[in-house]
Design a protein around this ligand. Structure first.
Ligand code: BES
Ligand code: MN
Ligand code: ZN
Length: 510
């Protein structure tokens, strides 16, 4: 997809379609819509008066210009009342209309930015949202499709591939074409980093082993201001990462402890740390999962993918802040050497863990990742994991669960997510929940029974975050989508990439 800027009159430039933004206000159009309406002798106003076009959020209409302007098709997307408009709504509608335009087989679309000082929309913000919405809404995972020529709908040359944003860049004070271009660049970096995470998650387990995941992190580092360091099994052994290694024992694939570092503020000794669960396939181990839908467990590295995606975006946007990303990557397999229910493992911080259920492996690998982060004095710690089916039972697929030991950090993450349309709902970590993970034989056990399963997983992790400000994001229910909706398409969503990126950008700004 090529997103570019141009100037001049929208009505004079020839393309396959013009895309106009419509609002449910007294004034349905900005200056661009008014221009097209005039060029069509008031045709749009007439349709509005007849109630055909309302401007309701998500409403899409297609009209023909009947030769009155060089571009024949005019597509209108509604965004609702401007007073209620958020960047998130705008971005989601841009994604929906991008898929509509693709279904109409248009390749080149001209459109406009939108700005509204009253609701805090600059042209650059709108352009960033248009860019993100278009790229993410059109995303498809085609890497493992064989012969694409058999299905023209999947032929990229025929796809919607050029979006030209037309505007008179000099007419608004303080807003220049350079800032607009920055919106495209930022939106593209963030969308591409999200799509990188989606690609990793959608990739089947045999094509994305821990080794492949480490290679993907290395590739990101090669193309940005990141450094990648991968700890191999012998180093994990000498560091005492018994919990992670306990999970890896059942697999023939070597585990990888992936560390991506970004140093945007060398004068500061503070480093934020994002930690991701990187189970490249979760069979459950000896506590084997049922066969139905086990294939979805190729996505059990969604937290790790979000960390790689966020670091990739940060490494390209280069904010003035230090960030380290850690991915604890391994398979969870039931091999002959696998950890057995009842086994006791010792984590890097010395705590002993009774493994009651080998399918509660995510918290084991994160235990060592959090312990490792302690030794480096990273702060705050934010972990992301497809951790529990219980998160889905509690909250459904509408939002991710957030927990932690520091309310102001939790609030900061929630608001960083809010701005990018990734929503979180906090679950409590009351002390009484700890009862459920008390072990007879070890310091702690890795399961807490059915009640409050997402919380007891959080309670387990809390033991390894210790006193450091820490937040935990359980994305088990949101990492994959069952439908195309807004910026999400069926399959991996790349959720948390944009929250973590925005969190780091906000910290750098303040
Ligand atoms: N990877 C799963 C959680 C999961 C479930 C992610 C569904 C995405 C979709 C995790 O490792 C797991 O198996 N958790 C168990 C924990 C239980 C054994 C305490 C679960 O949720 O059932
Ligand atoms: Mn599991
Ligand atoms: Zn898992």
């Amino acid at each position: 997809m090529n997103i570019q800027l141009d100037e001049g009159k929208l009505s004079k430039i020839k393309a396959d379609a013009i895309l106009l933004h419509v609002f449910q206000d007294e004034a349905h159009f900005d200056e661009h819509g008014i221009e097209i309406d005039k060029a069509l002798d008031g045709y749009l106003s007439e349709l509005i008066d007849d109630g055909e076009i309302t401007g309701k959020s998500g409403e899409i209409n297609l009209l023909h210009a009947m030769g009155r302007i060089p571009t024949e098709r005019i597509v209108l997307v509604g965004h609702g009342h401007t007073a209620d408009l958020t960047l998130d709504i705008f971005r989601a509608n841009c994604a929906e209309v991008a898929r509509f335009l693709r279904r109409k087989k248009v390749k080149h679309v001209t459109s406009t930015p939108y700005s509204n000082q009253d609701v805090g929309f600059s042209h650059a913000d709108a352009i960033e949202a248009i860019t993100e919405g278009t790229l993410l809404g059109l995303y498809k995972f085609l890497k493992r499709k064989g012969n694409r020529d058999n299905d023209s709908s999947e032929d990229e040359d025929d796809d919607f591939n050029t979006l030209t944003l037309v505007h008179d860049w000099t007419d608004k004070e303080g807003e220049t074409r350079i800032e607009a271009q920055k919106g495209i660049t930022k939106g593209t970096i963030i969308a591409e980093s999200t799509m990188l995470a989606r690609d990793l998650i959608n990739e089947p387990g045999n094509h994305l082993t821990p080794t492949d995941m480490a290679a993907a992190a290395q590739t990101s580092a090669d193309n940005s201001a990141l450094k990648c360091n991968v700890l191999e099994q012998p180093e994990m052994e000498s560091l005492g990462m018994g919990a992670l290694l306990g999970v890896a024992r059942g697999s023939h694939q070597p585990p990888k402890f992936i560390i991506l570092t970004y140093k945007g503020d060398p004068d500061s000794d503070q480093t934020i740390c994002f930690l991701g669960k990187g189970i490249t396939f979760d069979t459950g181990g000896i506590s084997l999962k049922p066969a139905a839908n086990m294939g979805a467990m190729k996505g059990d590295m969604g937290g790790g993918a979000a960390v790689i995606g966020a670091l990739t975006a940060i490494g390209k946007l280069e904010p003035k802040i230090n960030v380290t990303g850690i991915v604890a990557a391994t398979e969870n397999m039931p091999g002959g050497n696998a950890t057995k229910p009842g086994d006791v493992l010792t984590a890097m911080n010395g705590k002993t863990i009774e493994v009651e259920n080998t399918d509660a492996e995510g918290r084991l690998v994160l235990a060592d990742a959090l312990s490792y982060a302690q030794t480096k004095n990273y702060s705050p710690l934010i972990d992301v994991a497809t951790l529990t089916g219980a998160a889905r039972v509690a909250l459904g697929t509408v939002c991710s669960a957030i927990m932690g030991n520091d309310q102001s950090l939790i609030d900061e993450v929630i608001s960083a997510g809010d701005r990018v349309g990734e929503i979180y709902w906090q679950l409590p970590l009351f002390e009484d929940y700890k009862e459920q993970i008390k072990s007879q034989t070890a310091d702690i056990k890795n399961t807490g029974g059915a009640p409050a399963g997402a919380i007891t997983a959080g309670k387990f992790l809390e033991e390894f975050a210790e006193k450091t400000p820490w937040a935990h994001l359980d994305i088990a229910a949101t990492s994959m989508s069952s439908q195309d909706k807004g910026i999400r398409v069926k399959g991996a969503t790349g959720v948390a990439v944009r929250t973590l990126t925005n969190f780091a950008l906000n910290r750098a700004d303040n």
